[in-house]
Design a protein around this ligand. Structure first.
Ligand code: KIV
Ligand code: ZN
Length: 520
């Protein structure tokens, strides 16, 4: 507990970010190892208390990511997820053991529907499992979080018995998830109150909320849980996650900050980094942020109607409950062009919330110069698309060297492509039913793969006929799907880049792809 500037006492709420676990679990949001490390570093700098880095038993790649994040993160606690299975817990313990603050997060289902159909176990059997698995975890690491999966559909008497057993076996955090996004705020608040009142050893643990957004109530439910006594909230950047997603971190943080009058809590998050974090998560997962998304959407601080604009000019507080600067959005929107130099470009990147390494900056600057040569005005959105793509492509093994298309009314359309695959150059020509089909056919000929194209989407980044086309491609292979985005004034180049980006992601997940064709 700390005193605020106004003198009121505020309870500290721990922010547990699960972008790298529950967020990454949603179809198409797969991140590479490098992207995960970058997101983890930003979360740590931003002040997240606990970073759930992954599910170590899920694959060797997941294990490696959690272990590297555990070593890299300086300040935050690093958690690894484990089912209530001995091998899972051992693997999670091994993955996080080098963290400055390691945590094992183990969970088991407690609701009748999960017990009957998924676990096929009785209530008493699950109680025994809780005691055995939490004890095993506690023997490895001191900081243990236990979750009652589908807590909100679990009868309260049984839920209380489970929570008591978990705390007795050594759990220090108790998470009561709304796994299926079914609860209403009143119900969720009441569940926390009841459990905390009825479980005799409840005072020995911190209670945590974990809400899914199936009914659009994840943030409201998380805030209601605080009134019920929870002091940890589990959330993700941009609210990404299974199905309709999880509670959005940026919304939780800004609701608490903006409505301190009715929500007497505080978090350790540096709110001015929220925009940057949202952009990084969007670039790493290739999941666009919806324009009207609260806090971090492109329109979150845009005022279109005349009445609103008039009010804003007279006093910004007429229509703004928080300033754009408070979440890291800059006011100025200087248009860039081919005469803009390094200093102006660096300044613009800072305004947009990016902090790039020297190498990343150099690459981005070169691409900006190329773009400015082809496009009269380079807008903020163009620069965002360019930098996001640079971040996503930094570790790609397959790179586009050149693409030549023959298209028009007299078919067949033909694509000739040159790729760099590791250190080899490969070339091929293919026909197709239209230029996009020809482009994708030539990629398939150069890098044979079984991946299936699930989504191909194009939209203009800005207005005008010289606007960049932003293309999203989703591919699936071996039960995993990945999404990639790319932008270029040439729609076909953007299409090729997006497709190759998705292939690169699949390759980094170990999918079986083979670069064919001898070097020239
Ligand atoms: O939604 C859920 O119940 C989960 C658990 C693994 C905590 O993600
Ligand atoms: Zn979840």
């Amino acid at each position: 507990m700390t005193a605020s500037v106004s003198g009121a006492v505020k309870d500290r709420v721990l922010i547990f970010d699960t972008t790298l676990r529950d967020g990454e679990q949603c179809p198409g949001a797969t991140m590479t190892l490098e992207e995960k490390l970058e997101v983890a570093e930003l979360l740590d700098t931003m002040g997240v208390d606990i970073i759930e880095a992954g599910f170590p038993i899920a694959s060797n790649g997941d294990f490696e990511a959690v272990a590297l994040i555990a070593k890299q993160v300086k300040r935050a606690t690093v958690a690894g997820l484990a089912r209530a299975i001995s091998a899972d817990i051992a693997r999670a313990g091994e993955a996080v053991r080098h963290a400055a603050r390691p945590r094992i997060h183990t969970f088991v289902s407690t609701s009748p529907i999960h017990l009957a159909h998924q676990m096929r176990k009785s209530e008493e059997e699950v109680l025994e499992i809780i005691t055995t698995t939490v004890t095993q975890a506690r023997n490895l690491i001191e900081d243990i979080e236990w979750s009652a999966m589908d807590a909100t559909r679990t009868p309260i008497d049984y839920l209380c018995r489970c929570v008591e057993a978990a705390i007795k076996a050594g759990a220090t955090t108790i998470n009561l998830p709304d796994t299926v996004g079914y609860a209403t705020p009143d119900e969720y608040r009441a569940m926390f109150r009841a459990v905390r009142e009825r479980v005799p050893n409840a005072d020995k643990a911190i209670f945590s909320a974990h809400c899914h957004n199936d009914l659009g109530l994840a943030v409201a439910n998380s805030l209601a849980a605080l009134e019920g006594g929870a002091r940890q909230i589990e959330c993700t950047l941009n609210g990404i996650g299974e199905r309709a997603g999880n509670a959005a971190l940026e919304e939780i943080v800004m609701a608490i900050k903006t409505r301190g009058d009715v929500l007497p809590y505080e978090t350790g998050i540096e709110a001015t980094m929220l925009t940057r974090a949202s952009k990084l998560a969007s670039a790493a997962t290739s999941f666009p942020v919806q324009y009207n998304k609260a806090i971090v959407g492109r329109n979150a601080f845009a005022h279109e109607s005349g009445i609103h604009q008039d009010g804003m000019l007279k006093n910004a507080q007429t229509y703004e409950i928080m300033t754009p600067e408070s979440v890291g959005v800059s006011k100025t929107s200087l248009v860039m062009g081919k005469h803009s130099g390094r200093a102006a470009f660096r300044n613009k990147l800072e305004e947009l919330g990016y902090s790039l390494s020297d190498n990343q900056f150099q690459d981005a600057f070169e691409r900006f110069k190329e773009l400015a040569d082809r496009k009269k005005h380079v807008y903020d959105e163009d620069i965002e698309a360019l930098v996001d793509q640079n971040i996503a492509m930094a570790h790609d093994r397959i790179k586009l060297v050149s693409l030549h298309i023959v298209a028009g009314t007299r078919g067949p359309q033909r694509a000739t492509m040159r790729l760099q695959v590791d250190d080899r150059i490969v070339v091929e020509e293919q026909e197709g039913n239209g230029p996009v089909d020809a482009t994708f056919n030539v990629i398939k000929a150069l890098v044979p793969h079984e991946a299936v194209l699930e989504l191909y989407q194009v939209h203009a980044v800005t207005e005008g006929t010289d606007a960049q086309a932003e293309v999203s491609v989703r591919l699936s292979a071996d039960d995993r799907s990945v999404t990639s985005r790319a932008a270029d004034p040439d729609t076909l180049v953007a299409s090729a880049q997006a497709y190759l980006g998705a292939l690169n992601k699949l390759m980094s997940r170990g999918a079986r792809l083979h670069a064919q064709h001898a070097a020239e």
